[in-house]
Design a protein around this ligand. Structure first.
Ligand code: IMP
Length: 429
């Protein structure tokens, strides 16, 4: 039985929520494997809108949700999210949600450091979500992080807090921010322990058993390839690997278990936060895409920057992300535009590039080279088959396929779950 991993192919907010929700209804288990509550997935089911940050989307469909070891977990944010969706009628209990015992915890000092550092960066800020994601991953690789399993060992917690505070209070003080008191943090964590520990287990065992039993596992990526800490527009990235390969390491399964990799891309491009954006439109068309696409961050509420579809970037995401099929979302936002542009290369300091180089200066200097296509006058909104699409819209999708070197296996034409053209079911691949 094939498993499926879903990842973003641009800078996030590609409309993963709808696609993941559809796939979740066909899966047995949904696994988050990286990121934290910096992610924001909006799911519209019937008359309810669920805004999930940390919880795997499958919970909305009554499927077992797993938070893998690659995720950084803010226990207070998690409990608040559980309370919020419970009030909306969902059931989140240790029967429906499991958390890797070796997942790293985000503590209040992480978000304090995240925000203090961003402020100190001034003009050069990354535009993080301020939720402590980066500092928590830093502690993980520095081998001083507090993990879910530590909540069961008060002495370990106490010892680790000493080391953690030595590091963080020094930094916070240097940045002119308030410092943390060990006793406060310790009592806060000890109070959280009985609420979090019932969800904790070695999830790799459960996933291994599920894999052997032929269950369908859906790996739900957060952020996107161009925000990957290695492959993205560094340093304007998140602090985890967002490529599909992380689904294995971030959940405790082997690479062969990841299955089909579906990348999600909008029919245009958006980005929140700072960093290079070669196809950005600071004009009326950019404004129109933002208004029509309702481009506001789910987590931050910030208006997203908008631009033309960048086929160079998505092609790169296809290659490094291991994307085998592309789901194209929000095609309807382009309805009625007389002319569309697709970026097919960059000019950087006089030279031509067919990829985005890694150097920060080169990325900032990249000028998009475009191919222009005729737009379409009809509507694509709500289309459920190719026959419902204007001929020119089909041409646009086909051109994208050619340029990014991946087939478009799904087209989404409105936020409604059924307004989807399905070319190939990724679970059947
Ligand atoms: P961090 O993940 O909070 O450290 O933020 C680092 C960068 O990733 C910033 O530019 C954020 O705006 C961006 N980012 C983080 N999570 C998301 C997301 O879910 N969608 C889009 N951008 C994100």
């Amino acid at each position: 039985m094939a498993n499926v991993a879903v990842i973003g192919a641009q800078w996030g907010d590609e409309g993963k929520g709808k696609v993941v929700d559809w796939l979740a209804s066909r899966a047995d288990i949904v696994v988050r494997f990286q990121g934290g509550h910096n992610a924001g997935h909006t799911l519209v089911v019937g008359d309810q809108t669920y805004k999930l940050s940390l919880l795997p989307s499958g919970l909305v469909r009554g499927k077992l949700g797993i938070i893998g070891n690659g995720v950084v977990v803010d226990p207070e944010a998690l409990l608040a999210e559980i309370a919020r969706v419970t009030a909306q009628g969902l059931t989140v209990t240790p029967e429906t949600l499991r958390i890797a015992e070796n997942a790293v915890l985000i503590l209040p000092l992480h978000s304090a450091l995240d925000r203090a550092r961003e402020e100190a960066r001034g003009e050069r800020k990354i535009g993080t979500t301020g939720r402590g994601i980066g500092p928590a991953y830093e502690d993980k690789v520095a081998r001083r992080a507090i993990r879910v399993c530590d909540l069961a060992e008060p002495q370990t917690l106490s010892d680790k807090l000493d080391e953690l505070l030595l590091h963080h209070n020094t930094l916070l003080q240097g940045l002119g921010a308030a410092i943390f008191v060990k006793e406060d943090l310790l009592s806060r964590l000890l109070a959280l322990a009985p609420l979090i520990l019932p969800f904790a287990e070695p999830v790799w065992e459960r996933l291994d058993a599920a894999r052997r039993a032929g269950k369908r596992i859906l790996f739900e990526g957060a952020q996107a390839v161009m925000l990957d800490v290695d492959h993205g527009t560094y340093p304007f990235v998140t602090s985890s690997n967002t490529v599909a390969a992380t689904a294995a390491a971030g959940s405790g399964l082997g690479p062969a278990s990841v299955g089909t990799v579906l990348g999600i891309a909008k029919a245009y491009t958006t980005r929140v936060g700072s960093g290079p954006f070669p196809t950005e439109l600071n004009d009326a068309i950019g404004q129109l895409l933002g208004d029509r696409g309702y481009e506001f961050g789910t987590v931050t509420g910030r208006r997203r920057r908008c631009g033309w579809f960048d086929a160079v970037m998505v092609r790169q995401a296809v290659k490094v992300g291991g994307i085998q099929g592309l789901a194209l979302t929000k095609l309807d936002v382009l309805d009625g535009l007389t002319e569309l542009k697709i970026c097919t290369g960059y000019r950087i300091n006089g030279a031509h590039f067919r990829h985005l180089p890694a150097a920060q200066g080169a990325q900032a200097a990249a000028i998009a080279e475009y191919e222009t296509m005729e737009g379409w006058s009809g509507s694509t909104r709500g289309a459920r088959s190719w026959a419902d699409l204007p001929a020119q819209a089909i041409k646009y999708v086909r051109r994208i396929e050619e340029l990014v070197e991946a087939p478009v296996t799904l087209v989404s034409t409105s936020p409604e779950r059924d307004d989807t053209i399905l070319v190939k079911d990724p679970f059947e691949s």
